[in-house]
Design a protein around this ligand. Sequence first.
Ligand SMILES: [Zn+2]
Length: 93
Amino acid sequence: MFPDKCSITERGKPCINPPEFVVSVTVDPDEYMVGVTCQKHKQVVSGKIQILQGDGKIPSGKIGFSPLKAVGTDCIHGDEEDFIQLDIKNFKN
Ligand SMILES: [Zn+2]
């Protein structure tokens, strides 16, 4: 099960955006899921992971982002436009 919210807490307030990416660290051959993030916080998450890696709290490896919606969008015969509309809808929730 994935968390239903972005993992980032900003200025003491947890981000309420729905997660859009699974954040993982790959140390061949293993992939560790370290959290989820919304689009807005990808850079923040990336920076935090690098700090944690520096502290040895997360294995040093390649940071990767996998879109969480990949499964849900399979049934949409969509082009780029549909995908963007879907994003906006989710954002308003
Ligand atoms: Zn966020």
